[in-house]
Design a protein around this ligand. Structure first.
Ligand SMILES: [Zn+2]
Ligand SMILES: [Zn+2]
Length: 258
């Protein structure tokens, strides 16, 4: 990995640790619902701690499931005028479709989504579902702390100021993590990536298809099943475009409204 990217990940992880320690210290020091449940060994406390442990575990293991492509993937059987494949000068391999070189990882990544400094690797084909799961579990923990902090927000008590800070922090991180989680849930559900979603107009292998068609989308359940069960990177091929696509009203063969 590039040394700047490694340094960014180090600082991101230190920040992650400090934030967790700070917020959990507030929650388990001053009186609030979550602390009361833990003091009484009630079930919600164990559910919260279980989710939090799972979130931390996922956060630190996403980088163990990278989607590195190390071999050339030439597709020879060309039955139609398929877009040509790209050669990565750095890795010295012919890239399959949906593979992109990451300058921070210094590797080619299958279904490149983005490079995440927090988890210290690229999100790609083999860790996209794990990344979404992490984000959604982390979201639920953040909003749990957010709600519980209100129960401790009693004016004149010791923890009042601390809970104001906890609420402010959980709102900021809650909105960020939840929106990222929901966006990636959508991407996995449609077998897409942030890179493809944002840059579709300049990705060569999408050119043969109308802009509302994702040739890799196999439907919600199959997309999720594949995202969860894949253990090796896929050599993606492109299906021959159909002559007639189910164009929608705004985007048809003859004109487009936008
Ligand atoms: Zn490369
Ligand atoms: Zn990367």
């Amino acid at each position: 990995m590039h040394k700047d990217a490694a340094a960014a990940t180090f600082f991101a992880r230190v920040f992650y640790g400090i934030m967790h320690a700070f917020i959990l210290l507030i929650v388990f020091t001053y009186d609030n619902d979550l602390k009361a449940e833990c003091d009484n060994f009630a079930l919600p406390c164990f559910v919260f701690l279980g989710l939090k442990t799972l979130a931390i575990f996922l956060f630190f293991t996403i980088a163990n499931h990278q989607s590195i492509v190390s071999n050339s993937a030439e597709l020879y059987e060309v039955s139609w005028n398929r877009p040509s494949q790209i050669f990565c000068e750095i890795c010295q391999i012919t890239l399959g479709f949906r593979v992109k070189h990451c300058k921070k990882c210094e590797k080619c990544i299958s279904m490149y989504d983005h490079h995440c400094f927090w988890v210290g690797c690229c999100i790609g084909e083999l860790n996209q579902a794990r990344f979404v799961t992490y984000l959604l579990i982390e979201s639920s923990c953040i909003w749990w702390v957010f709600i519980s902090s209100f129960s401790g927000l009693v004016e004149g008590t010791e923890g009042y100021g601390a809970f104001v800070v906890a609420i402010a922090l959980t709102v900021v991180f809650g909105v960020l993590v939840t929106s990222l989680g929901l966006f990636h849930f959508y991407l996995v559900s449609t077998c897409s990536t942030t890179w493809e979603f944002m840059s579709r107009h300049r990705i060569e292998y999408f050119k043969p298809y109308p802009k509302n068609v994702n040739p890799f989308n196999e439907g919600f359940f199959t997309n999720w099943k594949n995202a969860i069960t894949r253990r090796h990177v896929t050599i993606w091929d492109l299906p021959q475009p159909l002559y007639i696509y189910p164009f929608d009203w705004c985007d048809n063969e003859y004109w487009t409204c936008c």
